[in-house]
Design a protein around this ligand. Structure first.
Ligand SMILES: [Zn+2]
Length: 171
């Protein structure tokens, strides 16, 4: 389709460990690998559970709701197709505090991005084969019990994600 031909950003290359995540995204489901023995969510996905060492792991659907754990506003052109400025965020999922997804924040003015902001997944079908999970501020009316507004300002020097937001997982 014409709109897909315009897509210039790098696309994910699913492998054995990440295929279930990307296949879930195509169905508009957020799938996180989970240990079937101790119920621990494993992200990034690994062949064995880091907590109990079980190899009995499988993709499991999650709510797609979470909070911004950390973020960075990118002001320079770092990757093809990403027009600065834009927000790269580390989203901590509601299901488990150490499941953190490096992604883009969309549908949010950059000066409103805050640590702790409740967010929800939204799916961008960028090519016929690829859907990218992205996050936006939560729109549901239900209050988010963890949300603590942070003071304004200093957005550019807020905590940085643990990894530089320059590689394949912008989705
Ligand atoms: Zn386990």
């Amino acid at each position: 389709m014409a709109e897909h031909a315009e897509y210039k950003r790098p696309l994910p290359l699913p492998d054995e460990e990440t295929a279930e995540y990307w296949e879930g995204a195509r169905r508009h489901q957020l799938i996180i690998r989970r240990c079937q023995d101790c119920q621990y969510y494993i992200h990034y996905p690994k062949a064995r559970c880091p907590r109990c060492r079980s190899a009995n792991v499988a993709g499991s659907p999650v709510s797609g709701r979470g909070r911004i754990y950390s973020y960075s506003i990118v002001h320079v052109a770092l990757a093809p197709g990403f027009e600065p400025p834009y927000a790269v965020v580390l989203v901590e999922l509601d299901e488990q505090s150490d499941v953190r997804i490096l992604t883009n924040l969309v549908d949010c003015p950059l000066d409103e991005v805050r640590i702790g902001m409740p967010v929800e997944v939204v799916y961008h079908d960028v090519t016929p084969e690829t859907t990218l999970p992205q996050f936006r501020p939560t729109r549901a009316a239900e209050p988010h019990r963890h949300f603590q507004p942070q003071p304004a300002g200093n957005a550019d020097v807020a905590q940085r994600p643990a990894q530089p937001p320059t590689r394949e997982v912008h989705g």
